[in-house]
Design a protein around this ligand. Structure first.
Ligand SMILES: [Zn+2]
Length: 230
């Protein structure tokens, strides 16, 4: 995706969109590294909020924009999840508020789904790979008898990051929903002003990101365990 196309009617808005999208993807990539995750989440929130500021300052004088944007603002006000992001002027997520509602579950997985969870007191800001090491030790002894005979069964850790200020439930799926709404809105603004953004929405399966398995960390394990041929 180019930062903006030739003759873009709203280049600064376009760039803010590309920036917010970038930070959101970084949140997904860093889902299991709490500190980088938090930095990228705050960067996303900030650049997301800047999209509407930029759009209003960049396009307000352009033909037909004002009336169109008023209907869009109304639409955004009627979507509580989105309103939180747009109006999140003062939201800076701190470690304490990130960890207070978030969940970490460790246990035995089949595929990417948890089969048996362990009860454990977990420090939620610990890096997942560290938690996975401990989980693998327990799961290996308790459930697997030191072997990996069942194809697809291994230790894993599943995270669910929740930020109360941004609503109940997993936060990145909320960010993706808000981002996709905003990308569609900015695309519409491009059309209104005689252009096309080429900005694509995101399609995310959270299980691909929220679960970390032993074989995600060490891709040689399935062969070692005899799940696949060498
Ligand atoms: Zn553009």
């Amino acid at each position: 995706m180019a930062p903006f196309e030739e003759n873009c009617p709203i280049p600064s808005t376009h760039e803010r969109c590309a920036e917010a999208r970038y930070f959101l993807i970084q949140c997904l990539i860093n889902y299991h590294l709490p500190q980088p995750f938090l930095h990228n989440l705050n960067a996303f929130i900030q650049s997301f909020r800047n999209i509407t500021f930029m759009l209003q300052s960049e396009a307000s004088e352009l033909n037909g924009f004002k009336a169109w944007y008023e209907t869009k603002q109304q639409e955004m006000r009627n979507m509580p999840a989105l309103r939180r992001f747009v109006e999140a002027r003062n939201i800076v997520v701190k470690q304490s508020s990130l960890t207070s509602k978030s969940k970490v579950a460790c246990g035995l997985f089949r595929g990417r789904r948890m089969k048996l969870s362990m009860n454990a007191d977990i420090e939620p800001f610990a890096e997942t790979s560290r938690l996975l090491e401990l989980t693998a030790e327990f799961v290996g002894k308790l459930f697997l008898g030191g072997k990996h005979e069942q194809v697809g069964e291994q230790a894993g850790v599943e995270r669910t990051w929740v930020v109360e200020e941004l609503g109940e439930g997993e936060v990145i799926s909320k960010c993706v929903e808000a981002m996709n709404f905003m990308l569609a809105l900015v695309e519409e603004a491009h059309h209104l002003l005689g252009g096309a953004s080429g900005l694509k929405g995101l399609s995310v399966d959270m299980q691909d990101f929220s679960v970390l398995l032993e074989s995600d960390v060490d891709s040689t394990l399935p062969v070692k365990w005899g799940w696949v041929g060498t």
